[in-house]
Design a binder for this molecule. Structure first.
Ligand code: NAD
Ligand code: FES
Length: 275
């Protein structure tokens, strides 16, 4: 059966789940940084999700999603053995992997899972990968064990101080940059305010910074314009020109506005679905 869910794990019950999907054609081609677009129903919304991991031997991909609206609630209703209606990928440009230095990969909330595949790519390219991961509280922290499998350093923060550093990922990033001048790149994946704050933190150090943008997407192949973002004053399409861009050039204010454009409709449709 195509796109069959082989494994489902609720990472944070009722909020975040991980699916291992049988998708040999995608697994064979997917590179760190790529994403997929999936649909659960014929007339449903298309959900873009960064690939969290691949297993080429078993022909599977791993995705992690936050139940945020009606479409992700419908995805959450699927179980092991069920089939995902459409799964398109790998999409987007792969992460540009440089070698020979320290790469700091910063992940916030659900973004940690997406960051995992990118961090793995930097590790496989021969870099010393430092992971900095943060969540609001200890129970919401994802992929700590998975990152520890290949990252020699995993630094943790929680907003409430329940685990690791009491504060934000950017506190740990600033500290790390102050004591290490071998950092060749910082990568950030997570909520838009976090990616903006990471880019602001690295600017005085002059450290190249890459962010993975989670724009609203429809077709995912550069035709509809839904995912447009402004980078260095130019319009780019996150699906084909990205999703990774130079964080020092991204117009985060505009991205935040565009992401918020449908939030009331999304909330309404989710509440209607839950009734
Ligand atoms: P969250 O709001 O709980 O934030 C997680 C962590 O990010 C915080 O603990 C903190 O350390 C850091 N952070 C947040 N705001 C910050 C700020 N202003 N300054 C510095 N650090 C800050 O995260 P969440 O609720 O789990 O949300 C996850 C978000 O990640 C969603 O908005 C989702 O769309 C996004 N996401 C993005 C991608 C991607 O590919 N870009 C992938 C998955 C998820
Ligand atoms: Fe349509 Fe990018 S999603 S152009």
């Amino acid at each position: 059966m195509a796109n069959k869910i082989l494994k489902k794990e609720q990472l944070i019950p009722g909020q975040t789940s991980k699916l291992v999907i049988d998708a040999p054609h995608i697994a064979a081609k997917a590179k760190p940084g790529n994403f997929v677009i999936l649909r659960v129903t014929e007339h449903g919304e298309r959900i873009p999700l960064t690939i969290a991991d691949t297993d080429t031997e078993n022909g599977t991909i791993t995705i992690v999603y936050l139940v945020l609206g009606k479409s992700t609630a419908l995805l959450e209703e699927l179980n092991e053995g069920d089939e995902i209606l459409d799964l398109c990928g790998p999409l987007g440009k792969a992460t540009q992997l440089h070698t020979g230095g320290t790469v700091i990969c910063v992940g916030g909330g659900t973004g940690i899972a997406a960051m995992h595949h990118i961090a793995k790519g930097h590790h496989q390219a021969g870099n010393h990968v430092v992971a900095i991961i943060g969540a609001r509280t200890k129970d919401l922290l994802l992929f700590e064990k998975e990152l520890k499998e290949f990252c020699p350093e995993v630094l943790i923060s929680t907003d409430d101080g329940s685990y690791g550093h009491h504060g934000l990922v950017t506190d740990l990033l600033k500290e790390r940059l102050e004591k290490d001048d071998s950092v060749i790149e910082v990568v950030a994946v997570g909520p838009v305010p976090m990616m903006a704050a990471v880019s602001k933190t690295t600017e005085p150090f002059g450290t190249p910074t890459t962010v993975s943008l989670n724009s609203i997407m429809v077709d995912g192949v550069g035709m509809c314009g839904a995912c447009r973002v402004t980078v260095g004053g130019e319009t780019k399409f996150a699906c084909v020109d990205g999703p990774e861009f130079d964080g020092h050039k991204v117009d985060f204010g505009e991205l935040r506005q565009r992401l918020a454009a449908f939030s009331s409709l999304e909330k309404e449709s989710f509440e209607h679905h839950c009734r």
